[in-house]
Design a protein around this ligand. Structure first.
Ligand code: MN
Length: 411
């Protein structure tokens, strides 16, 4: 049996205002071809299908068009919600999609067996079980009590996640006994594990990472033959275990991710085998991204090189040279004129620094800042003693997370 594991598509996400529908369409076409070529039986998408809780029409069209094509190849498709997805939005067409053998799990129901899917072969024999846990929201698994410290909350959240997976494993064992079968059980998850790696600007740290709790890999029940994770955009094994993995996002969602090889994971179970072989399949780069940093000469040379090779990269340029250049943007736009290169973001670091030093005040606008940076400025300007920062920062983070999650549920 062949399984393909992917996650974190973030359909509809743009980069510095630049829409990326073309790339999403190319990726999904590539994925559909890959499913056909590799004769994949089961597709797993471990959360963050869409970038927002209210995806636009084009993002939705890409998604449904892909599902329709993929369902003609794969016998089963399992999709779980990530922290960016609206559980109710994803689940709205659940019954309709079931007719295509597409299973959508958006939220934790009253009955954990709802997340447990027994998939059958064409001749009706059970062949694999999937414990399809979506992103577990604080309120899904934790009971808040007055007077809790942040450490208490985090501990209870981790306990809640552990309990949820244990319950799924217990139900799966009961089901295996009932079926008198030893088929493998795969788990899915959208969470942050202990030791997980992120890259600055990869979108996980940036907006909000969901709960702060880090889940230790060792806390996953033994029963699972493989754990297909989403949330972190960098492909990685968890705790060095090749059978607990993040496949990572298929597209670079920031310039920070641009040097990262992107992949989907292809799993293969031999007939009667308990553990899969896992092979990463590289995802082609549909739109090159290139960060360039340096003085004017460095930037000029790099642009000349890219032009010479008919480059079509999107650029993020950080100017840190002297002298101060006020008309930097015009200068650089002239350099890329007539090529397919496009400057998406320009940072005139020196200009900002000196300007700030001169005026003795900060001329940042809200647009320059991420939500967590606004809070940092607030701590500074209120002269909050440093020893209180950590706790306040965590409390703030918790509120932001709660607001974002409320937002996702609100429809
Ligand atoms: Mn996520």
């Amino acid at each position: 049996m062949k399984i393909l594991h992917t996650s974190d598509w973030h359909l509809g996400r743009s980069l510095y205002g630049q829409r990326r529908y073309q790339e999403f369409a190319e990726f999904l076409a590539w994925l559909a071809e890959t499913l056909e070529r590799e004769r994949v039986d089961l597709l797993l998408v471990a959360g963050d299908i869409f970038d927002t809780s209210t995806p636009g029409n084009r993002a939705q069209e890409l998604y449904y068009r892909f599902l329709c094509r993929a369902a003609a190849t794969c016998r089963h498709i399992v999709i779980t919600a990530g922290n960016h997805d609206s559980p109710t939005f994803l689940e709205a067409p659940k019954e309709l999609l079931k007719a295509l053998n597409v299973h959508v799990i958006g939220t934790v129901g009253d009955d954990p067996t709802d997340e447990l899917l027994t998939l059958t072969s064409p001749d009706g024999r059970p062949e694999l079980m999937v414990a399809a846990a979506p992103y577990l929201r604080d309120r899904d698994i934790r009971t808040a009590e007055a007077g809790e410290t942040i450490a208490d909350k985090e501990r209870k959240l981790v306990e809640g996640i552990r309990g949820h997976y244990e319950q799924l494993a217990r139900r799966a064992r009961e089901e295996l006994e009932r079926l008198e079968s030893a088929i493998p059980v795969i788990a899915m998850g959208h969470l942050f594990t202990t030791g997980g790696k992120t890259i600055d600007g990869d979108g996980v740290r940036r907006l909000y990472i969901g709960s702060l709790a880090r889940f230790p890999a060792a806390a996953f029940p033994e029963l699972f033959s493989y754990i297909a994770l989403g949330h972190l955009h960098q492909p990685q094994l968890v705790g060095g275990n090749p059978l607990i993995r993040y496949c990572g996002s298929p597209l670079a969602h920031s310039f920070g991710e641009s040097g990262q090889p992107k992949q989907v994971l292809l799993l293969e179970f031999e007939e009667g085998g308990a553990k899969p072989r896992v092979n990463p399949l590289p995802v082609p780069v549909f739109q090159p991204l290139e960060p360039i940093k340096g003085d004017l000469e460095t930037i000029r040379n790099r642009i000349a090189e890219l032009k010479a090779e008919n480059g079509r990269a999107w650029l993020e340029i950080t100017y840190d040279g002297r002298p101060l250049t006020g008309n930097l943007r015009e200068l650089l736009e002239e350099l890329v004129a007539g090529s397919e290169l496009k400057i998406l973001n320009l940072r005139n670091r020196r200009f900002l620094e000196e300007h700030r030093a001169e005026s003795g005040e900060c001329d940042e606008t809200l647009e320059d800042l991420r939500i967590d940076q606004v809070f940092e400025r607030c701590l500074e300007s209120c002269e909050v003693p440093p020893e209180q920062h950590r706790e306040l920062r965590e409390a703030y983070h918790e509120i932001v997370t709660a607001l974002a999650e409320q937002d996702l549920r609100a429809e």
